[in-house]
Ligand binder design. Structure first.
Ligand code: SF4
Ligand code: SF4
Length: 297
């Protein structure tokens, strides 16, 4: 083996894919020598249910949470919007870290913090319909928990960290991301408006509520009053609904019933608006014309 080549890009992600029954050694507890070290090198990508848990914990709106506690990044080459937890500027210390007591939002900490030192990998083979979940251990130098002699299975660790509800409520989000990626350039680069809609529906669940209460929404989508009130008043139900709507808007999957002739009516309304706009542009052009002639002369 040629040991002269020493790649500078050493990934801490261990190459073995683990399943629920795979065993590993790990323990983390207050008092361990590296306590809080991971939260001082935080690079936490947030999923939609993380936002709901944290904004509820802090008693603020999703819009305020996004503004105060997150930074944007792009998930893929098409510019699909993602969000990461905001940290201090100089060192990436999580803003929720309390030096004395550790995580100040522990009961509502994000999925990535619960899984650490494990990574959740969601993938889908091109010839299969269903996606698969795998796990991998992430070994970083600062984490001493790997040297503790407590053996447990991946399944036991997931239970201990209470990740099931997070996985359940983020699963459709990961599916949408994977499907968006695998759709490739065939469906074209998404417009700015479509990215903004994705961001609102996925992360800004309170602003999404404003969208649902707009007149246009109810004139197009056919929901019973009961269903409509539930999605307006319950963040979790609204998140589930946002996934249905995103799949419908992005991939044309039937998810939310449309009112009879709703799209046709909407197109007619749009046609009127477009015609009025064209007329106004024409008038403006007529008014500007003599001046333009003068310039050209
Ligand atoms: S949310 Fe809590 S556990 Fe996660 S990085 Fe911040 S302080 Fe650490
Ligand atoms: S670095 Fe590892 S062992 Fe230390 S506090 Fe973080 S997760 Fe626990």
């Amino acid at each position: 083996m040629n040991d002269q080549f020493d790649s500078p890009y050493k990934s801490p992600v261990q190459p073995q894919q683990l399943t629920e029954d795979s065993k590993f050694c790990f323990s983390c507890y207050p008092g361990i020598s590296c306590f809080n070290a991971c939260c001082k090198q935080a690079d936490i990508t947030l999923a939609p249910y993380d936002v709901i848990r944290l904004k509820q914990r802090l008693g603020i709106s999703s819009s305020d949470f996004l503004q105060q506690h997150t930074v944007p990044f792009t998930i893929d080459a098409d510019g699909t919007p993602g969000i990461k937890m905001r940290t201090t500027d100089v060192d990436p210390v999580c803003l929720f870290l309390d030096e004395e007591t550790g995580c100040s939002v522990y009961e509502d900490r994000p999925t990535a913090c619960r899984y650490y030192p494990m990574g959740l990998l969601t993938s889908r083979r091109s010839d299969e319909y269903h996606d698969e979940q795998h796990f991998a251990i992430v070994k970083e130098k600062h984490c001493q928990g790997h040297f503790e002699q407590r053996e447990l299975t991946v399944g036991e660790y997931r239970k201990e960290q209470d990740v099931e509800i997070y996985d359940e409520l983020n699963r459709d989000f990961y599916r949408i991301i994977i499907k968006k990626k695998s759709a490739g350039p065939g469906i074209g680069k998404p417009s700015k408006m479509s990215q903004e809609f994705f961001f609102m529906a996925a992360y800004d669940i309170d602003r999404f509520k404003d969208f649902l209460t707009s007149k246009n929404f109810r004139s197009v989508y056919d929901l019973t009053d009961e269903e409509y009130n539930t999605i307006l008043n319950d963040d979790i139900e609204r998140l589930k609904f946002s996934y249905r709507l995103l799949k419908q808007v992005l991939f044309n999957e039937p998810g939310v019933p449309l009112k009879d002739n709703a799209l046709q009516k909407r197109m007619e309304e749009r046609k009127e608006v477009i015609e009025l706009r064209q007329k106004a542009e024409l008038e403006l052009a007529k008014q500007k014309a003599p001046f333009e002639d003068y310039i050209q002369d």
